[in-house]
Design a protein around this ligand. Structure first.
Ligand SMILES: [Zn+2]
Length: 303
């Protein structure tokens, strides 16, 4: 499970017995991220076996309460569990004030540093980058400033053909560079080609999270050909007027984005509490984009 998305909450506005509020736990190349943190997220983490202290990054899409009301509670629990390592929060800038206000009035001081970075909903921007992953925020279109997030798990190193390298007397000190795809000329002037001693590594993989948003074609270049697309589908077609009024999407909207962006798989969530299940959403979406499904809380998707 090198790149996996676990759905912690897939409901919208109010929690139900079946669906918590928006939150997802993402593991990518041993980095641990939480996207959104609706009320009840820590209970869902307990239910689904997510370890609190592993999380390095928390990304918040926007400041509607169903996407972040669980955050101060989660930070508080991390503190009570004795966390010392820093946490990085990426969110609309006002959230920093909200967190501080709540903690200050409680006279609480967290046992770990919070590094806060304000997101901007005007253009795509790389917000996290290291040698293994890259995270981009990008604008969605909703009632208040909202960003989606795209997570890239970078291409893996090439795989060394160990036995062949040994048999041909390739020096161990060259292995690392060969795995990086480098051709090497040794001290005798002999060329050692990476492609002779390695096989291609796993290709880069992409996941994109789009909630909340109306149907918004401006995201197409960003989510183009991602391996897994999560797109909100709050409503079915019967409630298209309601979707329009609240700047949300229907299942057909989500499927149209998935189809045009040529993604590999579409998963839909942020399902209105008025629905018992996702059957109609799936029927409607699959007419347009076959590889579509409505998520359930606790489900894990490999990217
Ligand atoms: Zn919203």
């Amino acid at each position: 499970m090198d790149f996996a998305v676990t759905i912690l909450g897939s409901g919208s506005a109010t929690p139900t017995a079946n669906r918590g509020l928006t939150s997802q736990y993402i593991v990518c190349a041993n980095r641990h991220l939480l996207i959104d943190c609706g009320e009840g997220t820590q209970m869902q983490m307990r239910r689904f076996g997510v370890k609190f202290q592993r999380i390095d990054y928390i990304l918040i899409s926007h400041l509607h309460g169903d996407h972040y009301f669980g955050l101060v509670g989660l930070l508080s629990t991390m503190h009570l569990l004795g966390r010392v390592q820093p946490i990085h929060i990426f969110a609309p800038k006002e959230l920093e004030e909200i967190i501080n206000l709540q903690l200050n009035y409680a006279g609480a001081q967290l046992s770990f540093p919070v590094h806060f970075t304000a997101t901007q909903a005007d253009e795509p921007k790389v917000i996290i980058e290291d040698e293994k992953i890259e995270v981009t925020s990008f604008p969605l279109s909703h009632k208040i400033p909202t960003t989606g997030f795209k997570i890239l798990c970078k291409e893996k190193d090439r795989k060394l053909l160990d036995d062949k390298a040994k048999a041909h007397g390739v020096k161990i000190e060259y292995y690392h560079r060969l795995k990086k795809g480098e051709d090497i000329t040794d001290e005798n002037g002999k060329l050692i080609k990476s492609s002779d001693y390695t096989l291609p590594g796993e290709p880069a993989k992409l996941y994109a999270f789009c909630s909340d948003t109306r149907y918004f074609e401006a995201i197409l270049p960003v989510v183009r050909e991602v391996d897994l697309l999560y797109h909100e589908a709050t409503f079915t077609e019967a409630f298209r007027d309601r979707a329009k009024a609240t700047m949300h999407s229907t299942a057909i909207d989500a499927a149209n984005i998935a189809k045009q962006a040529e993604v590999k798989k579409l998963i839909m969530g942020h399902i209105s509490a008025r629905y018992e299940d996702g059957v109609v959403h799936e029927e409607e979406a699959r007419h347009i984009f076959q590889n579509s499904e409505v998520v359930s809380d606790g489900a894990t998707y490999l990217v």
